[in-house]
Design a protein around this ligand. Structure first.
Ligand SMILES: C[S@@+](CC[C@H](N)C(=O)[O-])C[C@H]1O[C@@H](n2cnc3c(N)ncnc32)[C@H](O)[C@@H]1O
Length: 253
């Protein structure tokens, strides 16, 4: 598996703060539209990997997606990486039941060195994190993931994407508000989580000057970058409220 000492050599300076990690951990169950469906869909997209596949999750947060993968595929192993000490501690606790099938490591997603693995990687996933990279960084990441993947390996991204015009931005903003309002009502029987969502300006589609930590790129551009990085079968699997699940596969030839 990966060498944790090597991962730790990178000084992690995410613009994402530890306060963001605490806040997201508290509210993600309300703030992420169709979170359960998204996790299940991403798991299902890994169904034809080798039975002993190694999957890497980038910016794993609390480790819920990694946990779902390990539960669904009893022989897969997961390397779950993140830059936040708060998240790493939570992910380690979430994944502890899987023993050495799960490895949690610290990394800086923008750095290049962690992208070289000593063994073939069959899947790379990321949820709600690649939008922290700028345009060039996303394209470099896509190229490096193609190189890291074994032939036939898959890359699945769940992320915020930038609508291309004002109408699209309004639709995304409204749909996201609606989704969080519904989740707040169904899970808390009150609008309290929705009120936090609004007060914290988490809906970047509804604020005039979103936090510069968020740099979502148009979905169309990202699909093109994946193809340019030589992924095949590039496709979109789900989209709602400015959130999309998309990805591609490395050719076997
Ligand atoms: C919105 S959270 C998403 C967490 C998780 N993937 C999920 O969907 O629940 C963003 C995650 O990206 C991590 N992150 C942000 N910037 C990072 C960076 N530059 N390097 C490493 N991790 C970073 C944060 O620590 C956090 O866990």
């Amino acid at each position: 598996m990966t060498n944790n000492k090597v991962l730790d050599m990178y000084e992690s300076k995410p613009e994402w703060s530890e306060d963001d990690s605490q806040y997201f951990a508290e509210f993600s169950q309300y703030f992420v539209p169709e979170r359960e469906l998204q996790i299940q869909l991403i798991c299902d997209l890994l169904s034809d990997l080798p039975s002993d596949a190694i999957v890497v999750e980038l910016c794993c947060g609390e480790g819920f997606l990694s946990r779902a993968i390990l539960a669904q595929y009893p022989n897969y192993r997961v390397i779950a990486l993140d830059g936040s000490p708060t998240m790493l501690e939570k992910a380690a606790s979430t994944l502890t039941e899987f023993g050495d099938r799960a490895e949690v490591g610290k990394f800086e997603v923008r750095a290049a060195m962690w992208r070289k693995f000593s063994m073939p990687i069959h899947g790379v996933l990321s949820s709600l994190a690649i939008h922290h990279l700028d345009t060039e960084q996303k394209q470099a990441l896509f190229r490096d993931i193609t190189l890291a993947l074994a032939p036939g390996g898959v890359f699945v991204i769940a992320d915020l994407v930038q609508p291309r015009n004002e109408v699209g931005v309004k639709v995304a903003a409204q749909q996201w508000d609606n989704a969080v309002r519904e989740r707040s009502l169904s899970r808390r029987r009150s609008l309290i989580a929705f009120e936090y969502f609004q007060r914290s300006n988490w809906n970047l589609y509804s604020v005039p000057n979103p936090d510069p930590v968020d740099k979502p790129s148009p979905l169309y551009d990202q699909l093109n970058w994946l193809e340019k990085a030589e992924f095949i079968d590039v496709d979109v699997y789900w989209m709602k409220a400015g959130h999309a699940i998309f990805g591609g596969r490395k050719s076997t030839s």
